[in-house]
Write a protein that binds this ligand. Structure first.
Ligand code: HEM
Length: 149
């Protein structure tokens, strides 16, 4: 298995980065939809139904599969011989940030369910602020995997 992973390392990494881009697109866009959903849309209206459809499709068709693919190919890289040196700091900062990103994904999923039930309690401002979470984690992840401190 490790021979296989070593042989296909550039492919695993390519698929990892492609999945990451799709996941990040959703992690940036879904909280933006929530901002407008919270500020501009009346619960039970036709626009409410439209936002719910956009949010459901973004989460189910793009973000969930992209997150799973990111994890699968990312763990493939972790098990590729010689790639991760656990004595260094960067694998730990990356792991912490990736867990944070996964938590954020699920946080968004719970907020979507609240919109579906007509029970959103959070303001557009909260969603605007939460929109910065994936940006900060992204910076930490990219610096970790490229600078490799
Ligand atoms: C979900 C769990 C994840 C795991 C287990 C994981 C693991 C890894 C590993 C082991 C590498 C190989 C580093 C190397 O080749 O030197 C890597 C590369 C990379 N990861 Fe992840 N990763 C994950 C999520 C993410 C996320 C969320 C992002 C971006 C937001 C990301 C961005 C990258 C990038 C850009 C590279 C390529 C770095 C290079 O040029 O070598 N990863 N990942």
């Amino acid at each position: 298995m490790t021979d296989f992973l070593a042989a296909y390392y550039p492919w695993t990494k390519s698929l990892h980065v492609i999945s990451v881009i799709a996941w990040m697109a959703g992690l940036f866009y879904l909280p933006r939809l929530f901002v407008y959903h919270a500020e501009q849309v009346e619960a039970g209206s036709a626009t409410d139904a439209l936002f719910q459809t956009m949010e459901r499709k973004l989460l189910r068709l793009i973000m969930n599969p992209a997150m799973i693919a990111t994890w699968i190919f990312g763990l493939g890289l972790v098990f590729t011989p010689g790639i991760v040196v656990w004595d260094e700091v960067w694998p730990w900062t990356k792991a912490a940030a990736v867990l944070g990103m996964t938590w954020f994904h699920h946080w968004l999923g719970y907020r979507r369910k609240e919109f579906v039930a007509g029970r959103n309690t959070r303001s557009g401002r909260t969603y605007r602020m939460m929109n910065e979470v994936p940006t900060l984690l992204l910076i930490l992840i990219v610096v970790s995997v490229i600078v490799k401190f």
